[in-house]
Design a protein around this ligand. Structure first.
Ligand code: NDP
Length: 431
């Protein structure tokens, strides 16, 4: 076992708890070595029959081990140790999303060389068994989209901003005080998306090539306008496969409150799959934490033992091979715009938006800090056209502050509004 912190410590507890279950199923698991940084730290767990070391490479290369579990984090030594074990035929279970997402090629090569398997269920969304689903249950399914709310700290911050009515900085302070902050939450989501897209589309897109935007620019007025428009703001990670290739993006998005993603709070993650054969499928579960993550690691270990040939890498390969990255400037979505305008000029502004080619589907206004803000949701438009319209809007008389835009999570907001309208009022939306 490399690492005995939150996840590793949880795993040690679960190994002891489930020992009778292992024996009932005809096998046993013995923790032989643990690598940590500080061997003297009191971890509140029993490591009396375990060799505790500070050298992960010594564990990975020890001829006595039958399996390596890496829950240490980091990149350099974690990759070296994991690949060293694999190369000599030792299977690897890893929760280390960062190392896997950045060094996928090295892991695949080492696994091939040593003929050993790798499982990493806990790395993508902790306790949601999405890797197993993509790898086996839906191995030959045609998927067009995999998206989700998969980062805990941004989810906490956005929820806090909404509930406390505060700005980003205050919510960040609260998250830090509770230990919910991460060095780079957007990168965390990008790394998980890399793993999910690899399984969903068989395409390896390193995290550095994922388009990322964080939540730091989200303001209280955006949150209030979104709520007025029946949406919540979430950091959404989405990998799409279209005719022109695949695109991986992580950015804040307005999610309609009728969608399950809108209600995913705290440490929960949700992942949604779309495909022409089955339309939509949703997974919801705990995306972090000691026992949810350790439990996913343990299930991978048990899977490896019960089916020794099991491997998540490379998994079910597609004959079509590696897909190209799509040109995202041609991406078409619905957009949310926030404009600071005088209330008396709001109607003129809506007319002006139409003149710029933006079809407004719904709009709302809020007063905030002695200023009036207009929020609008547009119909589907190419992102490049939206950017030029924003530049024009910024120059217009009566528009204070630079206009701000956010994407919607869906490109069929018009359908949603029409469905709502006809459900409640029996008429189609008047455009
Ligand atoms: P922690 O920081 O709690 O634990 C890391 C452990 O690794 C510690 O025991 C630390 O030793 C040890 N360690 C770190 N670097 C070295 C090194 N160079 N040599 C030897 N030992 C080392 O991390 P977590 O348990 O939270 O996370 C572990 C992994 O699981 C990460 O890759 C993370 O991304 C992933 N993960 C975590 C989730 C969570 O909810 N926590 C969810 C999903 C995945 P020491 O204790 O002495 O400092």
């Amino acid at each position: 076992l490399l690492g005995c912190g939150v996840v590793g410590g949880g795993l040690v507890k679960l190994l002891a708890k489930h020992r009778p279950d292992f024996r009932t199923n005809g096998f046993d698991l013995q923790l032989s070595h643990v690598a940590v940084r500080d061997p003297d730290k009191d971890r509140g767990i029993d490591l009396s029959n375990v060799e505790v070391t500070t050298d992960p490479m010594a564990v990975a290369n020890d001829p006595a081990i039958d399996m390596l579990v890496e829950v240490m984090g980091g990149n350099d030594i974690a990759v070296e140790a994991g690949c060293a074990a694999l190369t000599r035929g030792i299977p690897l279970v890893s929760a280390n999303k960062s190392a896997l997402a950045r060094s996928m090629g090295r892991y695949v090569e080492a696994a091939k060389q040593g003929g050993a398997g790798i499982c990493f269920e806990s790395a993508a969304a902790a306790h949601i068994p999405i890797i197993e689903v993509l790898d086996r249950s839906l191995a030959c399914e045609e998927l067009t989209l995999i998206k989700g709310v998969i980062n805990g700290s941004t989810n906490y911050i956005l929820t806090f901003m909404e509930r406390a009515g505060c700005e980003y900085e205050e919510a960040l302070k609260d998250a830090a005080a509770k230990g919910f902050t991460e060095a780079d939450p957007t990168l965390d989501a990008a790394e998980k998306l890399t793993l999910l897209a690899f399984k969903a589309f068989g395409a390896y897109v390193p995290p550095a090539q994922v388009h990322t935007e964080g939540v730091t620019r989200i303001s209280q007025v955006d949150i209030r306008l979104a709520l007025e428009l029946n949406h919540r703001i979430k950091l959404v990670a989405a990998a799409r496969r279209g005719e022109d290739g695949i695109s991986l993006r992580v950015h804040p998005a307005l999610v309609h409150r009728g969608e399950l993603l809108a209600d995913v709070d705290s440490e929960f993650n949700a992942i949604i799959l779309e495909g022409p054969g089955f339309k939509e499928m949703t997974f919801l579960g705990k995306g972090a934490g000691e026992l949810p993550t350790a439990s996913a690691v343990l299930n991978d270990i048990v899977k490896m033992i019960r089916q020794p040939g099991t491997s998540t890498l490379p998994g079910f390969k597609r004959a079509s091979g590696q897909a190209e990255l799509a040109d995202t400037s041609a991406l078409k979505l619905c957009y949310f715009l926030r404009l600071q305008v005088d209330p008396a000029r709001a109607n003129d502004m809506l007319t002006a938006l139409g003149g710029l080619g933006l079809d407004v589907l719904s709009h709302a206004q809020v007063e905030h800090d002695d200023a009036n803000y207009l929020g609008v949701i547009t119909d589907v438009i190419e992102e490049s056209r939206m950017m030029s319209a924003l530049t024009e809007l910024g120059k217009m008389e009566g528009v204070g502050q630079t206009p701000v835009f956010l994407r919607l999570d869906k490109d069929n907001y018009r359908d949603i509004v029409e469905r709502e309208q006809s459900t409640y009022f029996g008429t189609s939306l008047e455009r």
